[in-house]
Design a binder for this molecule. Structure first.
Ligand code: ATP
Length: 139
């Protein structure tokens, strides 16, 4: 049977390396669903949430954008940053989101809009993934 190995790598570390069933990733043109035997693919990722299904269990991770390559039985994500729910400091992510939103709203003359919006999306993804952890802990 064909399989799918997911590796998530940043410049600092290997964040994740497991055999999985399904990957859903925030592709630049929308959500991408990857199953075993997927056709070869190379695409840019937006900052957002990654959803991984392994042995019937869902895991969510925040990714700051990067690249996704699918080749053979391997999906590789090269990201600037990636964190799973347990690694995310919710207070830090909420503070970063507020700072980023205020920056976009006040639009200082020297603002790089692309960069400011990427910062909003990055911290939004972290807050969303950390909230899922809280919900998971409640049930
Ligand atoms: P901040 O302003 O809070 O530093 P940022 O978006 O500027 O947020 P990044 O430059 O994307 O931060 O990340 C720097 C490093 O800190 C990376 O290693 C990233 O994984 C980690 N990191 C960023 N935010 C959080 C968080 N809320 N919880 C845990 N680790 C985080």
């Amino acid at each position: 049977m064909s399989e799918l190995i997911l590796e998530i790598v940043t410049a600092e570390r290997v964040v994740y390396s497991e055999k999985i069933d399904i990957l859903v990733a925030p592709g630049i043109d929308g959500e991408l669903g990857i199953l075993p035997s997927h056709a070869p693919l190379l695409t840019v990722l937006n900052p957002g949430e990654l959803r991984v299904v392994k042995d019937g269990e869902e895991t969510f991770m925040a990714v700051s954008g990067g690249f996704l390559e699918v080749l053979g039985d391997k999906a590789t994500i090269l990201a600037d940053t990636a964190e799973d729910a347990d690694e995310i400091d919710m207070d830090r992510a909420e503070a970063a989101l507020q700072r980023a939103q205020e920056r976009v709203a006040s639009a200082p003359a020297d603002m790089d809009l692309e960069r400011a919006l990427a910062s909003v999306r990055r911290s939004q993804a972290r807050v969303a993934v950390a909230r899922r952890r809280r919900r998971r802990d409640v049930v």
